[in-house]
Design a protein around this ligand. Sequence first.
Ligand SMILES: [Ca+2]
Length: 488
Amino acid sequence: MKRILPVLCLAIVSTLSLSAAEKKPNILFILVDDQSPFDLKAYDPNSICDTPTIDRLAAEGVVFDSAYQMGSFSGAVCTPSRHMIMTGRTVWHLPNWNKSQNCPEDILDNVMAEVFNRAGYDTMRTCKKGNSYASANSKFTVVHDATKRGGTEESGSAWHGKQVLDYLAKRESSNDSDPFLIYFGFSHPHDTRDGTPELLAKYGAVNHKDKKSLPALNPKQPPLPVNYLPEHPFHHGHPGLRDETSVSGVWERRDEATIRNELGREFACNENIDRQINKVLAKLEAMGELENTFVIYTADHGMAIGRHGLQGKQNLYQHTWRVPYIVKGPGIKPGRVQGNNYLLDTLPTICDLAGVEIPDSVEGISLKPVIYGQKQTVRDTLYGTYSGGTKPGIRAVKKGDWKLIKWDVLDGKVRETQLFNLAENPNEFLTEDLAEDPAYADKLAEMEVLLLDEMRRVDDPYRLWNQPQDEAQPIAVKTPRKKKTVAN
Ligand SMILES: [Ca+2]
């Protein structure tokens, strides 16, 4: 026995280390609905929104300073955004654009959950219902979707947290050791922003429902955003747009009391989300799974709430075009990176992190080299569109510190060009718009060329008033062979 024991111990130790080495990492993908990165201290150190869990993820992980959602051809910006996340495809190549002519017919075989199911992962999801991608969502093995925008445990964000906690508890009790992909989605801070009574009080806000009155100003409310305006200087181009006219508690008002109260509601919802994430991370830690889990925190798009006199998600200013994007996980050194990534890079990234083959239908680029500090960005130029209102709509292009936004809406009644140097004017103050400044005429011309190049490259079907009318190029119905060509 004495002679066998050391051999036995050695055998056990080597079996353990082998299984540890072979164990695939878990993925916890956290997606909130309608959140500007500038709500968070990780992106605006002056923010009074308390999100200690997200702050900790940011301190222990990699914070992306140039993460974007590519855009939308619908007022429901959530919908294309969520299709891009699930497929890794660019906006004009999504299955829900124009009868899918730009998308492989078998795309549902290569959406996020299906790819990970095939790779032997357990897949679970909770999120809001509606304005999403139902046929891809249903591919998760376990699905608990419901829209929860209330101010109680059962009716609000705690419900989504509970679905994940219950799922993890079941895994624990059945000793399930398969790797998992959990899609941990929330219905907030999307309106209606009914916070919990305690958190509303903390941010001096009320669930304002009376359209005839204004909510009271309260010193505990967040201050007005630095780029707040009482109205946008020209029409945004989408008449009757729900987000700009009908959101309960705001409607068409942009006065200080309304905006500060609504931001207080937003922050109350954000902090409540943060608490639910904390519970899930604590559970993973207690199960011994946290250190083998990649945690990605992001939002489906940003949000205005008074910035530039706008309220919704249907514009391309930084507060709305950008998203928070934070990744923490095994071997990742804390830091900040540019990234220049889109949400559609998420699928190839989690495949790459998990050692799962990236499907050919994916047009996004893996962020793994950026996450592990081998490079700062995955592309140089970023393109954005909002085409959900009057056509062609709004376009943006960004390269380095320079950003061009063009508005071609209301049948030619609004044709506006904005040029920003984001290094000098990160808040896009309209008083420092350089488009009309002769000193920047060359830069403007360069950015106009860049925008047209991008529009052609991503198969944007529209052209703006000052561009050659070479749109509507017929697009072959096939999977692109080179997956990195389109989303560069
Ligand atoms: Ca959304």
